[in-house]
Design a protein around this ligand. Structure first.
Ligand code: PEP
Length: 257
């Protein structure tokens, strides 16, 4: 069954004590909800994961990482492995965020390896795709999305793909305050589901969770979450304020119940 999810990407924000405060506030304010249908996730920086994981009740708020390395272990100074994340009860990992593609030159080839190691360790990848502004303006967004999927996600087996969450994040909407319209996002989400349905099956496509990301705020998510193929949000800036983050989750529950 398709799950509806709000995931918070804290990026490189908050010190550890500040992160603890934020996690405590989320933990204090989060309510009981239908966990078969909905999920709330936070992805703090690596340095915060262990302590934030201890603060959060994993029955209500799951722990995600923002990245991982593609090798099992060894001489890779500064990198963090899937086994390390697993050992502190991380359950999700963001892979292919546009900031990592841009600043760290993460190619589709690298991203496929990351998705595979995550799946091997039972970590759920939140795999991000999205076009740049110039690509949308040149009407290339469908081609970009198709190629990002073909080079990574569509190379997985059906069983592997059934364990992946996809996040459509138009790069021009990330951190810019410029949110995609519900129609623009729905059109791409539908396209993603169609591609997966063609390559695999409509059942698999229907069960997949496809999140929208890009300047989501409590005042703009209702229209997005009303759309049939938008199953929640990957939230950057607004996930740093517990009230805004939880309000977005509340709106999701309201729209999908
Ligand atoms: C993100 O980083 O995934 C994101 C969507 O950021 P923001 O919500 O700040 O645009």
């Amino acid at each position: 069954m398709r799950k509806f999810i709000v995931a918070g990407n804290w990026k490189m924000n908050t010190t550890v004590p500040e992160g603890e405060l934020l996690a405590n506030e989320i933990q204090t304010k989060i309510w009981h909800y239908d966990r078969d249908k909905f999920q709330l996730i936070v992805a703090p920086p690596y340095t915060h994961l262990a302590t934030v994981g201890q603060i959060l009740d994993s029955d209500r708020v799951k722990l995600g990482a923002q990245n991982l390395f593609w090798e099992e272990k060894g001489a890779y100074t500064g990198e963090v492995s899937a086994a390390m994340l697993k050992s502190i009860d991380v359950e999700y990992v963001i892979i292919g965020h546009s900031e990592r593609r841009k600043y760290f030159n993460e190619s589709d080839e690298i991203l496929l390896k990351k998705v595979q190691i995550a799946l091997n360790y039972n970590l759920t990848p939140i795999f991000c795709i999205g076009e740049q502004l110039e690509q949308r303006e040149a009407n290339e967004h469908f081609d970009v999305i198709k190629s990002q999927l073909e080079n990574v996600i569509l190379r997985l087996s059906a069983e592997q793909l059934s364990k992946v969450i996809i996040a459509y994040e138009p790069v021009w909407a990330i951190g810019t305050g410029k949110v995609a319209t519900p129609e623009q996002a729905q059109e791409i989400h539908h396209f993603i589901r169609q591609l997966i349905s063609e390559k695999f099956s409509s059942n698999l496509a229907n069960d997949l969770t496809i999140l929208y990301g890009g300047s989501c705020k409590p005042n703009n998510v209702a229209g997005l979450f009303e759309k049939p193929d938008i199953d929640g949000g990957l939230i950057g800036g607004a996930s740093l304020k517990a009230d805004d983050f939880l309000e977005i989750f509340k709106i999701l529950i309201d729209k999908k119940s």
